[in-house]
Design a protein around this ligand. Sequence first.
Ligand SMILES: [Zn+2]
Length: 232
Amino acid sequence: MFPLSSENEQTAKSIVEKLKIERRERSNKLPVLSFRRLYSILNGDEKLFVKNLLNQNPKTYGFNGPFLGIEKVPLFLKKIRGQKYTREREEEEIAQQYLPFQVWLAYKKLSKAMKNEIGKEILIESGYRSPAYQVLTFLYSLVEKHKLDYEKTLNLVALPGYSQHGHPPLQAIDFTTKDGALRGEKMGFENTSEYDWLSKSANKYHFHLSYPKNNALGIRFEPWHWHYQKQN
Ligand SMILES: [Zn+2]
């Protein structure tokens, strides 16, 4: 499928235009977008494009993460509203996020402990993302951020079915700080005291760094991305 033919490039761009409309009109619902809803807003060519994308094997492109599966959106997810951060004196609100209840409870414990110990809070920049939403996240990154450079995009954004954000048994959270240091410049997260604390203490709350430096999965170091897994 990659590199995209010029026809497919046009199709990718037209899907991204539809994503922009969804963002304007239904941003709170995007993380729980179903395939049924996605296909209802796409035309025939666009649907076919998405189906082809779902059949890609990222190993072909150097991504060695496991296939986690494409499952339905869970029925019960905790809605997380009203998270605010302040950046350059401007207060901004993070769009509504979703998490499996158990993961949300674990996050609350972790966040409380961090506040007690170092006086800092940590926010959820991205929690659950359905596989259908992951399709759009991937295409947005490909078209708008990386000028259709598929190798770069595959290195930065998981294909649907390969993201821990869409797989509740290994539910991932992308954290951000109260001063919003990360938005758009995520690499800064590595140098925050919040990250330092997470490195020492997150495991106690069953959160694990998914992609450490030089990991064998072919995924860049993501200091903000932690998954929840409680060993029995
Ligand atoms: Zn992530």
